[in-house]
Design a protein around this ligand. Structure first.
Ligand code: PMT
Length: 402
């Protein structure tokens, strides 16, 4: 991080005290740090603290021009190699998503062409509110990267997700980002889908499948280690998001369709390891369905095939599908490669011990568009993920050293 210029935008929440520690960690790691604060942030910790820790002027007022030959917010926006908003409140995320520029922090963020990273911190219910979720999705679409908040005791008394990620971890992620030039997937965005979809019947019942998300999470983690910017679209929340991976929460196949179709243009590679429902209930009830005499007939309709639709896009990224089969593995995998216009199909026979759902291992065969067939032995899901990514890198000639 030596000499890297980081603009830390501090917004007003209790986690501002952690931003002071973050400033110190970034400076210790060799970065040059400048700090801009909102008025609310100044209510929690004074600018003097950040001035002392960063050894630079702190910017709080859009109208306070320190140098007559410069416009401070433009100068600051152009100066930064990376803009980090930490802690990012729900209010700041909302302003950024809507292009509001009414103070030093928001005008600078709007004026910068540097990568913008956002580390949210707020009450768990605020973080889950649809308005906040929507604003976060908009910012993803604008290319912002998120450092997910951690789980634990929140200052408001709740226990849940909403704590600003620890300063050490944020510093490590930024160091990794600046260091990633030598990694095979550096500069690439990889979108991974993982886990089952959940198709609601009524408030207490749903249709799903045995996927745990382990395969997809392993791919996301290994892709991030190889330097990729990773977007992980998943219904799974019991597995922790791997470091540096941005998780987008979905539930149903329809949700997954909307999210993936909204994001795929940002991705160089899409890996669809999720077990997506092929059918979903036509009607969902807002009330619990009561027992009736006789059998119950549930009407199901086909879901949209996300992989197939991606394959039909003229600007499609490198497309990797999975095939979960119990028989005719090669035949069905090759049919999927063709029908879904994928570049690679990773097939697993889910009836074999050690392969497929839920466990920590898998046995896969990779089928590539150029006709190549690579059979992998029983491996951990992480090693399987590395081999799949290695094959993708080789195909895309990204300089993977074999
Ligand atoms: O999550 P784990 O417990 O670790 O298990 C891993 C796994 C078994 C789920 C994984 O290895 C796997 O095989 N994933 C794909 C499961 C699946 O849905 O396969 P499929 O053959 O039904 O679908 C083929 C491809 O089309 C898949 O890439 C799937 O994501 C995609 N698809 C399917 C239906 C649909 N409506 N849209 C899709 O995009």
């Amino acid at each position: 991080m030596l000499g890297k210029k980081i603009l830390l935008c501090v917004t007003g929440g209790i986690a501002v005290y952690k931003a002071a520690a973050l400033t110190s960690k970034l400076v210790q790691a060799g970065a040059e740090v400048k700090v801009a604060m909102t008025k609310s942030a100044c209510q929690f910790v004074t600018p003097l603290t950040f001035q002392a820790l960063s050894r630079n002027d702190v910017y709080t007022d859009i109208f306070e021009e320190k140098q007559p030959d410069k416009i401070a917010h433009i100068d600051l926006a152009d100066w930064a190699d990376l803009v980090l908003v930490a802690p990012a409140t729900a209010n700041m995320i909302g302003k950024m998503a809507n292009g509001i520029a009414d103070d030093m922090v928001t005008t600078t963020i709007l004026a910068t062409t540097a990568p913008v990273w956002v580390a949210p911190a707020m009450n768990v219910h605020m973080y889950d509110h649809p308005a906040v979720r929507r604003n976060i999705e908009i910012l993803y679409e604008y290319g912002c990267r998120f450092i997910e908040p951690g789980e634990g005791h929140l200052a408001c008394g709740y226990v849940g997700k909403g704590r600003l990620e620890e300063p050490e971890k944020i510093t490590a992620l930024i160091a990794d980002y600046f260091d990633s030039g030598t990694k095979p997937l550096s500069g690439k965005t990889v979108l991974v889908t993982a886990g089952p979809t959940i198709e609601k019947i009524d408030p207490v019942r749903y249709l799903t499948n045995r996927s745990s998300g382990k395969m997809g999470f392993a791919i996301a983690e290994e892709a991030a280690k190889m330097g990729a910017h990773v977007l992980l679209v998943t219904s799974v929340d019991r597995l922790p998001a791997p470091a540096g991976v941005e998780r987008l929460k979905v539930q149903s196949a329809a949700d997954m369709y909307e999210t993936v179709m909204g994001l795929y243009k940002q991705a160089d590679i899409v890996i669809k390891s999720a077990a997506v429902a092929d059918y979903a209930p036509v009607h969902t009830s807002d009330r619990k369905l009561k027992k009736q005499p006789g059998p119950l007939v549930l009407e199901l309709a086909r879901t949209k095939d996300i992989l197939k639709e991606l394959g039909e896009q003229p600007d499609k990224p490198y497309l990797v599908g999975f095939a979960a089969e119990t028989d005719h593995l090669e035949q069905y995998a090759l049919e999927k490669l063709e029908k879904k216009r994928a570049d690679m199909i990773v097939a697993n026979n889910v009836s074999h011990e050690g392969a497929g759902f839920a466990g920590d291992t898998n046995i896969v065969t990779i089928f590539k568009r150029d006709g190549a067939k690579i059979e992998l032995p029983l491996l951990s899901k992480h090693e399987t993920a590395r081999r799949i990514l290695q094959e993708i890198c080789t195909t895309l000639e990204m300089g993977w050293a074999k």
